[in-house]
Design a protein around this ligand. Sequence first.
Ligand SMILES: [Mg+2]
Length: 486
Amino acid sequence: MKNRERFIKQVEGAVLGSVVGDALGVPAEFMSRREMQKHPVTAMRSGGAHQQPAGTWSDDTSMVLCTMDSLMEHGVDYEDQMQRFSRWLSAAENTAHGEVFDVGITVQKAIHCFDRGRPPVFCGDKAENACGNGSLMRIFPTALYLCGQYSLESLDHHAAEIIHNTSYCTHAHPRCLMACGIFCNVIFALCSGKPLQEAVQRGVSDALAYYRRTDFFRWVYREFTSLQSIHRWREQEVKSSGFVLHTLQAALWCLLTTKSYDQCVLKAVNLGEDTDTTAAVAGALAGLWYGKEQIPPDWRCVTAHYDEIEERARRFAETIVPEKNRPDPTFRKISRISRVLSVYHLILHCPEGISMEGLRLSLDGCTKTFQRDIALLRQAGENIRVRSKGRVYFLDQGTYAHPAPIKNRIQERLVQKLRRLCLVMREIPWENCDKWYRETFPHVSRRTMQRDFAQLNALGYEIRYDRWPDYDPFDEDAIPPKEGRY
Ligand SMILES: [Mg+2]
């Protein structure tokens, strides 16, 4: 991290900006835009649908605080995050006044699933009607964590996997995952210090370029392309319901069409409907950009536990950004088979072929290493050809070379595994993956299937399948599968 002090300030601003935005929005939640126009919010108020004192923040902040605590103590640990959410819901931990008064249906259902033994990343609802903003509102600490730990400037497979898995815990629809990914990428761009307009546009367009490459997001991709011109939208076009796409649009629109923190959050609240979450999400961005000093003092002194949260935000920032820029040893550590598969992935997705230089730029290795990897792929039956000029490697999709016999048993097992994984990478459908796998490889065990999928998911694939197809968490008599099984 080049500028540690600046980053710490940005983190504090984001956390406090979000908390104050949430508290401003709570008394106006569920009010229509017309009502808001008649009685606009201009300062902290009490009352509203939840009948809370002025400065009370809601579930958005509670979940953000849980996520921050978990990231500080354990790094990325979905199990621990869910445990904290569960304690918030059942024991009112991390609440403004010891009471949970606002919780989304999808979040509640996911925590219930978790309490009954389901692994965290399988708790989220993937239904079309479960596309609320519940994962978007709590994702920004994860983005800041990734930014602090790895000095990220743009979304990559590793970051996307963590962001998506964080969303999967409560919201598993591709729309929610993609909204979180785009939002986090905007945060990465804002943290890098580019001018506001440029940072948001860069963040959105880079994230869109990332998602365009993935089949899994193809059918929701189009819904997000209009974000590129969000700064030109008129107020009538901006919706502010609890739908994840609306919250993302409204937050970015408020940020780009205002010139200070208070203008931005008040604009978000006065859009009406899901006021607290819209203002919390917009407030995180505005707080990050303008800094905590811009939060008006009369709002600060009413916000519940403001000083305590300020102190916690500082601690969070200092924990997530390492003193010196030391690379995390687990990051980008890659096994031999992962590297061979990455080489295959690049060859597979470059129809014009990829040169040795291209491989060297994309992966960590030298010419000899990649030549050996390609030889291994050929041994596994992949018909990789070389165009002699400039030595460009490409996959001849039509026929597959007859694999040469192998004498070494270890090598033979490796080649067998590679043959299977290459076929999965080439042909797996993005729905009913496990059914396709079992039909394609009828003699391979379920455990091996899980290992294969885990191997590819570690490379950034998005293969989702039900680990326990027969287990229903809503069935009273069902016995939760044991953790050690996978
Ligand atoms: Mg709320």
